[in-house]
Design a protein around this ligand. Structure first.
Ligand SMILES: C[S@@+](CC[C@H](N)C(=O)[O-])C[C@H]1O[C@@H](n2cnc3c(N)ncnc32)[C@H](O)[C@@H]1O
Length: 197
């Protein structure tokens, strides 16, 4: 877990580049959301400062931003308070936290930071409501990236196999964005996964 890194990054996390990237990711995720999500609970797991989910909070019954970094969540909470947003909350999590049930779980740029991919996807499967879905955005595997604390991206087939093992169905994976200097200073490509319970 890279909690300490994000604690120290939190105050400067929302810079121009990260906001632009979050806009790209949110736009892509929106294509996988139904026109009416007003009865849905969205869990933004590893949601950090809420860059991806808070701008679309009004589309949902409730948005819960869960994260292992208290400082990242404090930035999200400031936004919730300043915006007087009544249907969003934060949740500090660790490996043993019981997650709330949700209809949609988003993992945006989080899975690479979680050592045990299978365990977190199993946990998410269990808390998804019937017919719920997970939407994952992360980096394609990149052999140029080598860092002890993170995965160097994912191969589509490898991730699909894990999701299938955890009983997710109707799994789709596709690339949607590439840019220079995106992943640990390397050129990188983002994928989006949708998988249903
Ligand atoms: C690169 S940031 C992405 C933030 C946000 N999802 C976005 O797209 O803007 C990764 C986030 O995952 C959180 N994180 C890392 N490991 C985690 C874990 N095991 N459980 C929950 N959150 C985690 C970090 O604290 C950080 O806020």
């Amino acid at each position: 877990m890279t909690e300490n890194v994000f604690n120290s990054m939190a105050n400067n996390y929302d810079n121009y580049d990260r906001k632009k990237l979050a806009d790209v990711i949110r736009l892509e995720i929106s294509k996988y959301l139904s026109n009416d999500s007003s009865n849905d609970i969205l869990l933004d797991y590893g949601g950090g400062t809420g860059l991806v989910s808070l701008p679309i909070v009004e589309n949902f019954k409730k948005v819960i931003i869960a994260d292992s970094s208290k400082q990242m969540l404090e930035i999200a909470l400031d936004k919730i308070n300043i915006g007087n947003i009544s249907n969003a909350s934060i949740l500090l999590v660790n490996d043993t936290t019981l997650l709330p049930n949700a209809d949609i779980v988003i993992l945006s740029l989080v899975l690479i930071h979680i050592p045990d991919t299978e365990t977190i996807l199993n946990k998410i499967y269990k808390i998804l409501n019937p017919n719920g879905k997970v939407i994952i955005v992360d980096f394609d595997k990149n052999e140029k990236v080598n860092h002890p604390m993170i995965h160097n991206g994912f191969q589509h087939e490898e991730l699909k196999a894990i999701l299938e093992k955890e009983k997710f169905k109707n799994i789709t994976i596709k690339n949607f964005y590439s840019a220079n200097n995106l992943f640990m200073k390397e050129n990188a490509t983002l994928f989006i996964v949708q998988a249903e319970k």
